[in-house]
Design a binder for this molecule. Sequence first.
Ligand SMILES: *[C@@H]1O[C@H](CO)[C@@H](O)[C@H](O)[C@H]1NC(C)=O
Ligand SMILES: *[C@@H]1O[C@H](CO)[C@@H](O)[C@H](O)[C@H]1NC(C)=O
Length: 200
Amino acid sequence: MVRARFRAKVLIYLFIYLFYFDSANLSKTNFYGIAPGGTRQKLDDTVRYACISGYKRKDGVTWATCTRDGWEPNPLCQEIPPCGIPPALEDGDTKTAIKEHYSHNETIEYMCQSYYIMEGEPYKTCLYGEWTGHMRCLRPCIVNEDEMRQHNITLKSSGTKYLVHDEIIEFRCTRGLSTGTVAMRQRCNSGVLVLPTCRE
Ligand SMILES: *[C@@H]1O[C@H](CO)[C@@H](O)[C@H](O)[C@H]1NC(C)=O
Ligand SMILES: *[C@@H]1O[C@H](CO)[C@@H](O)[C@H](O)[C@H]1NC(C)=O
């Protein structure tokens, strides 16, 4: 029993020693070596390495080489810049409260105000210090009574006067016949609704 505990302790110390030894060998602490495991590196030795979270290797580099001047490439790991406050979305907002700093790969979800329709994916991602991802909120259309009266039209069936983007609405003449230049069925296009006209 005592012996087993002692053995476990030795193993833990050995592990800590090897880990510390390796890290110390590879100078800084923002990366770790993967292979070949646990031995001291000699001149011209190469070791596969990775960077700790928040740091990245130089593009395309996966191996570090021990040279007279230390490890190459130098620095082995570069800090990945964080992102600042995410950009505002017109007629929309973020789903969660925003922070001042975001780390690499962090995403934030957006949503549009009611009656607005989102175009694009609702996410922006912090990549290497820049916000990526694009979306916009498409406006609804509001059917105006006065304008309809001026065009001698009304709604074909009683319904809502709020249309979301891409929703279809149908009109009918209150006097005369359609001039035929604009169809009686119209689609709301991001806040724009074209009205047909009727005349006697
Ligand atoms: C970022 O996220 C992608 C997928 O979620 C993952 O494959 C990649 O390793 C991540 N990059 C970093 C540097 O964390
Ligand atoms: C509405 O109808 C009246 C009567 O036919 C006509 O005088 C008027 O020009 C029409 N309105 C429009 C915008 O064409």
